[in-house]
Design a protein around this ligand. Structure first.
Ligand SMILES: Nc1ncnc2c1ncn2[C@@H]1O[C@H](COP(=O)(O)OP(=O)(O)OP(=O)(O)O)[C@@H](O)[C@H]1O
Ligand SMILES: [Mg+2]
Length: 291
């Protein structure tokens, strides 16, 4: 009997100490977990703070980048009218020296300068709009937009002995911000002019075809400057891609034109090499009528 009691006590002691040990383990585990949880919480808080700081920095950087991009676009769009204003001023000087500058001729030259400065101020408004996502789109005729662009470059093309051939099979209505589209056309026309001059092509020609097929409207602009080198095909629409010397090319033109046609107007801007040179094709959704 005594043996039995001793044995029972012994078992009781073992079970009790085991339970105490278990409790001890449980409590110390909870303590460690609590400590670990606190440590984790502190670390997460610190990381969130760090991420917020990085976000703020990124926002500030992207705002700066957007301003920089806009400035670069405006500088790009201003380059050509500034050149034209410069050549009109030189023309006034030579006309004066040649004693042919009467009031009528002077007014003609001044009107041209006025037209160009209007365009330059429009560029700023248009880019302001461009940065605002809720910009109001309109329905306009492709031919009409092309006429606006051509009016701004035809004198320059003439002065570089470039013949332009415009064929309008049928005009179409398209939807977008017209001034942006005019800028995209100017980029392509100016590039064609630059490459014809750069490669010193003898019989310089730019052909423009406006037509429609089913529910799509097209404008193709083709030159005879020899086309794009194969190695450049993939990069041609990349920002900052240029083959021109630094002072002459920023590499923004085609990237901007593609953004206008594809992002803003939901169309397509492609380039192919044809027999004599490069052809830029713009494909847009045709609108049935003015809304
Ligand atoms: N019609 C063309 N034929 C052959 N190459 C062309 C033609 N149009 C553009 N390119 C090539 O594409 C490059 C990029 O053109 P993009 O208009 O983007 O920039 P850029 O004309 O070099 O400079 P900028 O931004 O001042 O216009 C040009 O440097 C030129 O090498
Ligand atoms: Mg260009």
């Amino acid at each position: 009997m005594i043996d039995f009691i001793i044995l029972n006590k012994f078992y009781f002691f073992i079970v009790f100490s085991f339970l105490i040990l278990l409790l001890f383990f449980y409590l110390s585990k909870r303590k460690v977990e609590k400590k670990y949880k606190l440590h984790l919480e502190k670390e997460i808080r610190e990381q969130i703070l760090e991420l917020r700081k990085k976000d703020e920095l990124l926002i500030a950087q992207s705002k700066l980048a957007a301003v920089g991009e806009t400035l670069a676009h405006i500088a790009h769009q201003w380059k050509q009218p500034l050149n034209q204003i410069n050549s009109v001023v030189l023309k006034i000087e030579t006309d004066y020296d040649d004693k042919v500058l009467n009031q009528e001729l002077l007014e003609e030259h001044l009107n041209e300068i006025e037209k160009l400065t209007f365009y330059m101020s429009d560029t700023i408004t248009s880019f302001n709009n461009y940065l605002q996502p809720n910009d109001k789109k309109e329905i306009f005729s492709i031919k009409n937009a092309f006429d606006d662009a051509y009016e701004l470059v035809y004198k320059l093309l003439e002065s570089k002995r470039i013949e332009s051939k415009v064929v309008i099979i049928n005009d179409s209505l398209v939807k977008g911000v017209k001034k942006e589209f005019v800028q995209a056309l100017l980029v392509i026309l100016n590039n064609a002019k630059d490459i014809l001059e750069e490669r010193n092509i003898k019989k310089r020609k730019i052909s423009i075809n406006i037509f429609s097929k089913e529910n799509k409207a097209y404008i193709n602009i083709e030159d005879n400057a020899g086309g794009i080198e194969n190695k450049y095909f993939k990069k041609i629409f990349d920002p900052y891609f240029t083959t021109k010397p630094h002072s002459q090319g920023t590499g923004h033109g085609l990237c901007m034109a593609k953004m206008i046609v594809e992002k803003s107007m939901l169309g397509e801007l492609l380039v192919t090499n044809q027999n004599a040179g490069a052809m830029f094709s713009i494909k847009l959704n045709k609108m049935e009528e003015y809304e």
